[in-house]
Design a protein around this ligand. Structure first.
Ligand code: UD1
Length: 437
């Protein structure tokens, strides 16, 4: 009984970040590996039945752990140490991704294409909604059907099989640009018979990196980095060693942290070419931005200039930077308009930012940010990954102490965020707290 009682209390213990605001960030920091490229790359290892993959620069994040757990469940062997993931998928036998794992992370849908292509059958639990609105998977299913799969949805599972035994190359035209659906279509098409063309493919760097990964495995893909992809099916893919790319969203968040505190930082280990839209907006906001082939230096202005932003598919401003931009614009001298054309209702961070003293209104799916507002520390609640990042940014500039609760959202996508920010002069500590529901 005592043990059970202890377990129940312990399971309510969560992490919070306690931020003392008001420190100007200064110094150098290195970007981590990208979470959003790691996930499809790890899924793509399911395509191969022999050998061991060595994946370097994989961030040590909760999402990676959850995804690796899913691969374990399917029968893969994995070892993770110092940002290198060793992965062997030769003993994979299960083709079923259960709800308990899929519900933790929507990106689990990435196993659909590779499992189907390799085993001719896949069962993946339906992922459900998420904190910032409905996130359909119809385009993933449409792509699999075009390639010859038969899909049924029963008892909460997507059941995909191939009546003809093997996927066949096809033309897939996406009505909406989708990173996830493009990734799934690519991973299925590389093992299909014949040629597949994908139009209106997502051109995000995450898809470009997935293409490079698949090509290194032996796939033939033309049009990498564009919205039109052509894939020649192959059956001779192999396990490889691969260096993951930097995380452009973490990089943008760290630059925003410097800018919101009036600071000056250099980010190393980045490719500024992948961040053109974001860097342009920092310049519009008055920041001085200097780049080399693998670094970005940002110097903040005396006063930030209000800057409108519309989040759209790459190469435009990313939706995953929208929340952080709103936090930044609370300190600009005037009104900024922020629109998200990808997830129209992705504004969960706004009520919490307003609790810190921001003045942000939502008008017809636009966030109207009235700056500059003096923020003052209080306790705020994370609701999703990027929303939590925006609260941390606000905490860095707020007067007094800000406590950001439910940091597990942040830990899904930022590797040692407080360690990195503290190395630049921030004052953040991580503490445990009990949450009573
Ligand atoms: C990926 C990223 C996420 C980012 C998003 C948009 C990962 C793990 N996640 O998510 O961080 O915010 O891209 O850049 O890489 N859509 C459909 N039907 C579908 C699929 C998508 O209508 O079957 C719509 C969505 O509702 C959304 C748009 O397409 O409006 C883009 O979504 P998508 O690119 O698929 O997002 P994710 O791949 O889930």
């Amino acid at each position: 009984m005592v043990n059970i009682g202890f377990f129940i209390i312990a399971s309510n213990l969560m992490d919070k970040l306690v931020i003392k605001g008001g420190h100007r960030l200064k110094g150098c920091v290195t970007a981590s590996g990208s979470k959003n490229t790691s996930l499809p790359i790890i899924a793509a290892t399911l395509l191969v039945g022999s050998g061991t993959f060595r994946l370097h620069h994989i961030p040590d994040l909760q999402d990676i752990k959850t995804f690796t757990q899913l691969l374990h469940h399917l029968g893969a062997e994995t070892t993770f140490s110092e940002n290198t993931l060793l992965l062997s998928t030769r003993n994979v036998e299960s083709i079923q991704a259960p709800y308990e794992l899929v519900k933790k992370m929507r990106a689990s849908i990435y196993v659909l294409g590779p499992l189907l292509a390799r085993f001719g059958h896949a069962r993946v639990s339906l992922p459900g909604g998420c904190a910032f609105g409905p996130r359909p998977i119809d385009l993933h299913l449409m792509a699999m059907e075009k390639l010859g799969a038969q899909i049924s949805i029963e008892t909460g599972f997507i059941d995909a099989s191939i009546p003809g035994g093997k996927l066949r190359g096809a033309h897939i035209d996406f009505p909406v640009s989708s990173v996830g659906a493009t990734g799934n279509a690519l991973m299925a098409a590389v093992l299909a018979e014949g040629t597949t063309t994908i139009t209106n493919a997502a051109a995000e760097p995450e898809i470009e990196t997935l293409c490079q990964f698949l090509i290194a495995m032996g796939a033939t893909i033309r049009g990498t980095g564009t919205t039109e992809l052509e894939i020649e099916g192959s059956d001779a893919l192999q396990a490889i060693e691969f260096n993951n790319v930097f995380d452009r969203i973490e990089a943008g968040t760290l630059l925003a942290a410097a800018a919101i505190t009036g600071g000056e930082i250099t980010l190393n280990g980045v490719d500024p070419d992948q961040m053109k839209a974001v860097l342009k907006k920092f310049q519009h906001a008055g920041c001085q931005v200097e780049t080399t082939a693998n670094s970005i230096t940002l110097k903040s202005p005396q006063k930030l200039i209000p800057t409108d932003v519309t989040a759209k598919p790459y190469p435009a401003f990313p939706t995953d930077m929208q929340a952080q931009w709103i936090a930044l614009m609370t300190q600009a001298e005037g009104t900024s308009l922020i629109t998200d054309k990808i997830y129209h209702e992705r504004f969960n961070h706004i009520p919490e930012l307003n609790r810190l003293g921001a003045h942000i209104e939502i008008l017809k799916n636009k966030a109207v940010v009235h700056g500059p507002q003096k923020l003052s520390g209080t306790t705020v609640m994370s609701t999703d990954l990027r929303a939590s990042a925006s609260l941390v940014l606000a905490g860095l500039v707020a007067e007094g102490t800000t406590e950001v609760l439910r940091v597990y959202h942040l830990d899904r996508g930022y590797e040692q965020i407080e360690v990195k920010l503290n190395s630049l002069g921030a004052e953040i500590i991580r503490e445990k707290y009990k949450e009573f529901s």
